[in-house]
Design a protein around this ligand. Structure first.
Ligand code: HEC
Length: 144
């Protein structure tokens, strides 16, 4: 029995692997002749806002879209995981977007960014400066 428990996930993994191997060929067949399909918006990293990254008063929305958008804009993996969590908590799917949350405090946002949380990797002061994080925390932290 124990062996079976070990072998079954392996078989499932092997099946996934085969699917993965077939996927690129199938995608190529579907791709339009005149170019690749459009890139989803969350994969196009928003430009970093100009100016002194260490100065207070950064544009929280712009920093968020540049530094967090790949995971936390629509379609990002952070949004996908948080949507599942919010649904399990009995909320509506739109709460998967951090920008739609009203329960986040600025301090909580800063703590998650500096220490990471489950699937979210921590970010250092090089990734996002304290001034930038302050502005993002103020932008997302609607619960005071
Ligand atoms: C590499 C992808 C990635 C990046 C970049 C990222 N996050 Fe996340 N974030 C996640 C994931 C995934 C989760 C869900 C973690 C979990 O619970 O598994 C998450 C969770 C969070 C949470 C917790 C929400 C809750 O309900 O507890 C906050 C707050 C957050 N992120 C803020 C940010 C901010 C602000 C930035 C940018 C400075 C950022 N994240 C950048 C992937 C990312």
């Amino acid at each position: 029995m124990k062996r079976l428990v070990l072998i079954l996930p392996l078989l499932a993994l092997a099946a996934c692997n085969q699917q993965g191997a077939q996927a690129p060929a199938a995608k190529q067949a579907e791709a339009p002749k005149d170019g690749p399909p459009p890139i989803p918006p969350y994969q196009l990293r928003a430009e970093q806002p100009s100016g002194n990254r260490l100065a207070a008063g950064r544009d929280g929305k712009a920093v968020f879209e540049h530094q967090c958008g790949a995971c936390h804009l629509a379609g990002g993996m952070g949004t996908n995981l948080l949507t599942k969590q919010r649904l399990l908590a009995g909320e509506t799917p739109d709460k998967g977007m951090l920008t739609n949350r009203t329960d986040l405090t600025p301090d909580y946002v800063k703590q998650v960014v500096r220490t990471g949380k489950n699937a979210m990797p921590p970010q250092t002061k090089v990734d996002i400066t304290d001034a930038e994080l302050d502005s993002v925390a103020a932008y997302l932290g609607k619960a005071k």
